[in-house]
Design a protein around this ligand. Structure first.
Ligand code: PAF
Length: 286
């Protein structure tokens, strides 16, 4: 694997490639990331990964400084996966001058759910992803469904800016008890790790209740609100601090209307909640 730190070296390595498949990451790679690399290899060649902890997407009180940086381990993992180039720029390379030009997702998609609780987060994500796309110029890029809203925002950004990369969504990889893999899971204490399973359990309970309602054809918008609020209470009674548990339309992440409830495969339930000090997110398509 070639490890490059500058945009010029990266471009030199990739010159003439016609089907580059790209996986952007912030490092601290786990099995979830490695599944993205494998999916990328099914859709293109060469596979290029990036590791860059992007300051722009962290709020002032978030974990930018303590975000786990494990470059040597990450390199070993990527080499095993047969990744061709790792682009690992430092901040001076990515942001040699203050990044005054930013991408601003539409408010109705960027300021809801994660965007409501992490103001500016998606501006930071889309700005760095746009920049990474300019550096790598991939024909295919892979993003995980674990970050469901991020995936949708990046898809729409590519469509609206006519960016010639095909976005491939990757299924969430879970631990054996159901916890979605995430770099932030490593912040959990042993007890919190046992408790953390309740996030996916609760999402399953929501999904089951919605499906039962749909099967009986009697589910209403008010029922959905009650199901969301009951789910939030379950977590909060267990000591979690929940930002949201929300059933949304898969197509645009808006709250479902009566006609959306009547159709199968239209919905997704998304959640963000703190287990101890660790904020976890997860989602489940219904
Ligand atoms: O999902 C992530 O790890 C990050 O948001 C991304 C897409 C690498 C941008 O920094």
């Amino acid at each position: 694997m070639k490890i490059v730190h500058s945009i010029s070296e990266l471009r030199a390595q990739l010159r003439g490639q016609l089907r580059t498949a790209f996986v952007p990451t912030m490092g601290n790679l786990h099995e979830g990331h490695l599944s993205l690399m494998r999916l990328a290899a099914n859709h293109g060649d060469p596979v290029v990964a990036s590791i860059f902890v992007n300051r722009l997407q962290f709020g002032p009180n978030e974990d930018f400084d303590k975000y786990p940086r494990t470059l040597d381990d990450d390199i070993t993992k990527l080499e095993k996966e047969g990744v061709y180039v790792l682009f690992a720029p430092d901040e001076r390379e990515m942001y040699p001058v203050p990044q005054d030009y930013r991408i601003s997702p539409p408010q109705d998609l960027g300021d809801i759910l994660e965007g409501e609780f992490r103001p500016g987060f998606f501006i930071g994500v889309t700005t760095v992803v746009m920049k990474l796309f300019q550096c790598v110029q991939p024909q295919v890029s892979v993003f995980g469904k674990k970050d469901y809203q991020q995936l949708m925002i990046i898809r729409r950004m590519c469509s609206q800016f006519s960016i010639p990369t095909e976005i491939i969504p990757a299924e969430t990889i879970r631990e054996s008890d159901g916890l979605a893999m995430s770099s932030r899971n490593r912040y959990l204490s042993t007890d919190e790790r046992l408790e953390a399973v309740w996030l996916s359990k609760t999402l399953h309970q929501v999904a089951d209740r919605i499906r039962q309602g749909q099967a009986s054809t009697r589910i209403t918008v008010d029922d959905v609100v009650e199901i969301e609020s009951a789910a939030k209470q379950i977590l909060n009674h267990r000591g979690w601090r929940t930002d949201y548990i929300s059933v949304r339309r898969r197509s645009d992440l808006k709250a479902p209307q009566a006609q959306d409830l009547a159709e199968p495969n239209q919905l997704v339930v998304l959640a963000a909640s703190r287990c101890g000090a660790t904020r976890l997110i997860d989602n489940l398509e219904i």
